[in-house]
Structures are given as C-alpha cells and as structure tokens.
Design a binder for this molecule. Structure first.
Ligand code: NAP
Ligand code: MG
Length: 402
C-alpha cells in the first residue's frame, strides 16, 4: 500500500510511560500508513534541563510557524523531580510556556464509546470545556485583614486620572482579594472559542455571573457579544450552529439536562472546576483529549492526562503495563486531521477518521486496557496490555483501510 504523504507538523516528545506509548503508536499505527513528516522536539525533562528549557520555546515557535503540533505528556518539575533528575532548576510547566507563547485557549473533550456509559444518563455526545487560562483568582492579590479599618479600591491612570471607592469599612478582622483581567485576553479567548465552534461545528455556550458582577463579568459578556455580532454571526448561521449566553448557575442546570454535543466556555475558575466534573462524569481521564487553539489559528493537540508515572516504574521493572493510549492516539489523529483540513489533504483526513474509528471499535469489541475494564459494565471484557491493545487497534485499522 502506498503511504499517505503530508505537510509538516511539530512533534513534541515527552516523558515516562507516555513516551513509551508515543513510540509504540508511531511504530504500529502511524508509520506503516503515513509518511510522517514532523519537526521533532524532544521535551523530555532531561533535554529541557540540558537546553535550559530553550527547546520548549523553540517548539512553541515552530507551532506558530507550521500551525499544527502534537505533544506527548511531560513531567512538570517539582522539588522531588529536581532531586530525581539532578535538575539545574525547577523548570516551568512546558504547557504553561507553550500557552504563553501561543496565547491560546485550552479545549478539553471526552472520547465516548458504547461500552462506557457516562454517569449522567442524558449525555449522548461529548461536552467540550473551553477554559480561559488567564487572570482572575489565579493572579489575585490577597490580604488578610488583621483588625478594623477601611479597604479601598484605587486605580491610577497613566494620564493621572484616578478612581477610588470604599470596598468595606471593617469593624473586625477579615479577608480581602483583588482580581483582574484585561480586554485583550478576553478578546483572544472569545475568538478562540468562536473559531473552535466553527471548526468543530458545535454550538457554543458561555456563562458568567454578570447579574452580580456588574462590571467584571459583564465585561466578559459584552466582549463576547460584540465580537460575535461583528465577526461571527453570519458564519455561525451559515454553519448552522448557535452562540448562546446564560448565567453560570443556569448553565450548570442545563448542562446536566442536556444531550451534550456543544462547547461550554468558562471563565478561569469555572473552567478549572467544571472540567474535572465533566471529565469524571464521562468516565476516565485517560479518555480526555485536549487542544490548545491560538487566536491566530494554531492548534496543539495532546492527551489531558500526565505521564502515568506509577505505570512507568512498573515498566522499568520489566512488567507489561495496561496503560491506556487512547487520548494520545487521538492527539495524533487530531493533529493529522487538522493538517489535512488546512491543506485540503483528504487522504490524511480519512486516515485520521479511520484511526479514531479503529480505536473505538476495538474498545467496543470488548478489548480494553485496565482502566476501561473497571468502568465498563460489559461481561465479556478482555483486559489486555498496552502492546496487545495497540496491536488490536492495528488489526481494526488494517480492516478499515482495506
Ligand atoms: P497522571 O499521569 O495523569 O496519572 C494519574 C493516575 O491516573 C495514574 O497513576 C493512573 O492511575 C491514571 N491514569 C492516567 N492516565 C492514564 C492512562 N492513559 N491509562 C491508564 N491510567 C491512567 O497524573 P500524575 O500521576 O498526577 O502525574 C504524573 C506526571 O505527569 C507528573 O510529573 C505531572 O507533572 C505530569 N503531568 C503532565 C501533564 C501534561 O503534560 N499535560 C498533565 C498532568 C500531569 P493508576 O495508577 O491507578 O492506574
Ligand atoms: Mg483543576
């Protein structure tokens, strides 16, 4: 069979068990069918340390250049890792670095199969959470008020004009917190959400608490509405999708009653909390995909889970593990599909579709990794190792590709 050719994407290798899965996926499910054309960046912790993290910045710049990247899970250094790997310093999270360079929004969506039922009975299609990953309580200034006194909000403009208002006259001790956000970041968030809704042809929901937060949350609502009217309304109508704004508490109630199949855009804190709720309710972290979309249309795909350290230590002892490669496979299929869509390469798009179908069909034939076997209520489940699971997907894929 002639291999499918493609334009270049950025490949970012990673750490531990996911690095092992990465190579298995390439060897068994990609290279036999596609003439893989990637610019390779090794983001293994040892390489980041060796290059003083320059490799991460280079990879992020390359995503800007080529428009599409795929990333393996990586270790985020902490004190224990500094010791384990004798690091020069506690390097920042690669995902944070890449996000800062691309100024993007992260979209997380579960992969659904017949064999694993969501805890919420009405959910039939995935719910994608779009989290604004900038500002608010994550960049707050806080103060523990020790004793009675007056707290004021003071803003001094560059032009010397100022704004001052009493927050509270404390008659006792208490707490005080100041959060901020900025229009440029909210606008980038809005555009990423609208673009992603168009590119996946799903409705977009957005919710804040603007009835209570009449300046702060109201600004989010107004910026979204303004950008939607001016830049997206006609394109949404043409695509047959809808933009829908409501209050966050109303959104929560509607999400639980819904069938799924839409994108739920959340402010930073709401997105943090709601993405854990949604992913758990759908089943497993090993079945969550994640894509970073920049406002200028660059896409970086990865699995939502980490490097599965506990399994890696077993692997090092020579044991076969039953780690689930699905989210990493879908990171690859997502990147290949996006490359194909951008270039009009329909063979590549079809391959990505076939790879995803083969993966899901394998699970729905009862062959699963241990994490899924625990979740499934089928009685005929065959629990297999990662290698056996990938081999089973390969057999399905070969069948599909004829
Ligand atoms: P994790 O790697 O997601 O794993 C946590 C646990 O979840 C695993 O021990 C395993 O449970 C289960 N699990 C996760 N993915 C699985 C899969 N594909 N197949 C089967 N089971 C899976 O999180 P962590 O242990 O907290 O973090 C490990 C390392 O990953 C850390 O160094 C962290 O910095 C890094 N991390 C990276 C990213 C990223 O690059 N995007 C994200 C998160 C964390 P059992 O052990 O019970 O089987
Ligand atoms: Mg969280």
């Amino acid at each position: 069979m002639k291999k499918i050719t493609m334009n270049k994407i950025v490949e970012m290798d990673g750490d531990e068990m996911t690095r092992i899965l990465w190579q298995m996926i390439k060897d068994e499910l990609l290279s036999p069918f596609v003439e893989l054309n990637t610019e390779y960046y090794d983001l293994a912790l040892t390489e980041r340390d060796k290059t003083d993290d320059q490799i991460t910045f280079d990879a992020a710049e390359a995503i800007k250049k080529y428009g599409v990247g795929v990333k393996c899970a990586t270790i985020t250094a902490n004190a224990q890792r500094v010791e384990e790997y004798s690091l020069k310093q506690m390097w920042k999270s690669p995902n944070g670095t890449i996000r800062a360079v691309l100024d993007g929004t992260v979209f997380r969506a579960p992969i659904l199969t017949e064999s694993i039922k969501p805890y919420v009975r009405t959910w039939k299609k995935p719910i994608t959470i779009a989290r604004h990953a900038y500002g608010d309580v994550y960049k707050a200034t806080e103060y523990r008020v020790p004793a009675p006194g007056k707290a004021e909000l003071l803003f001094t403009g560059e032009n010397g004009e100022s704004y001052r208002e009493t927050i509270y006259d404390y008659e006792c001790a208490g707490v005080l917190q100041a959060t901020y956000n900025k229009d440029s970041s909210i606008e980038a968030f809005a555009r990423s959400c609208f673009d992603y809704a168009l590119s996946t042809r799903q409705d977009l929901w957005f919710a804040t608490k603007d009835t209570i937060s009449k300046q702060y949350d109201q600004t989010f609502k107004l910026i979204f509405a303004d950008i939607y009217e001016k830049e997206y309304d006609a394109r949404f109508k043409k695509a047959g999708i809808e933009y829908f704004y409501t209050l966050i508490d109303d959104a929560v109630a509607r999400v639980i009653r819904s069938e799924g199949g839409f994108i739920w855009a959340c402010k930073n804190y709401d997105g943090d909390v709601m993405s854990d709720m949604v992913s758990t309710a759908f089943g497993s972290l090993a079945m969550m995909t994640s894509v970073l979309v920049s406002p200028d249309g660059c896409y970086e795909y990865e699995a939502a889970h980490g490097t599965i350290t506990r399994h890696y230590y077993k692997h090092l002892k020579g044991e076969q593990t039953s780690s689930n490669p699905i989210a990493t496979i879908f990171a690859w299929s997502g990147a290949l599909r996006k490359r194909g869509e951008k270039d009009g390469n329909s063979a590549l798009v079809s391959f990505a579709d076939a790879l995803e179908k083969a993966s899901i069909d394998t699970i729905d034939s009862g062959i699963m990794t241990g994490d899924l076997a625990l979740l499934s209520d089928r009685t005929d489940v065959q629990k297999v190792t990662s290698a056996q699971f990938i081999a089973a997907i390969r057999r399905q894929l070969e069948k599909l590709l004829g």
